[in-house]
Design a protein around this ligand. Sequence first.
Ligand SMILES: [Mg+2]
Length: 269
Amino acid sequence: MTVLVASDLDRTLIYSTAALGLTMPDLRAPRLLCVEVYESRPLSFLTERAARLLTDLGDAALFVPVTTRTRKQYQRVNLPGPQPTYAICANGGHLLVDGVSDPGWNARVTARLAAECAPLEEVREHLARTADPSWVRKLRVAEDLFVYLVVERELLPDGWVKELASWAGERGWTVSLQGRKIYAVPAPLTKSAAVREVVRRSGAEPVLAAGDSLLDADLLLAADRGWRPGHGELADTGWSAPSVTALPERGVLAGERILREFLRAARRR
Ligand SMILES: [Mg+2]
């Protein structure tokens, strides 16, 4: 049986310069590989050792990237190893098969959202009305599925995210704060639902997972085994589950450790 490895990308496997967490002495810093360039600038990295582990993992398991990124944001990530057969984008809204979004899956997801939660426009309007231009840099609609803000974290008023989460919760939406981004995502739009679909299609099991944010909690809970880094929204809120290992590593070294754990567990099968 092939093991399915379903992993979040940002701040789990790949890291922006702000998230690298290079707290070791300079001379002991790991060598880094840039895997994303945006507007001619290097944006995301993993360690060279992590790159090798990810390449090996591509042979040892069915590796499925599972991200909240839009398809466009995902497609500029140039991961080492073979192109994944399956990839999940837009927090589960798009299931890519050999790089192409499966229209049937997307139609099922959008029908479910229309039936179960408040419309996107209501949430977007609320954000546009209540978020203060003094600390909001961008308000974006992603894939016509969810909304996110890019904010100045230092200027973000205490309690604003909590208030938004409570307003959104009453409307069937979830709020997640990750670095400079505040996401508002329909609650039924989940990474785990899309991973279940990949399990159904591929027959791969068991499922191993990793993630750092609130939007990864359902993915971690649905997996047979999971890992989360020592940084991020889940670590900060002390989130835990019996099947999920809380790793001590923070920053880009956590990504390397997660890949080592994936590979060890996949090879033990
Ligand atoms: Mg993440």
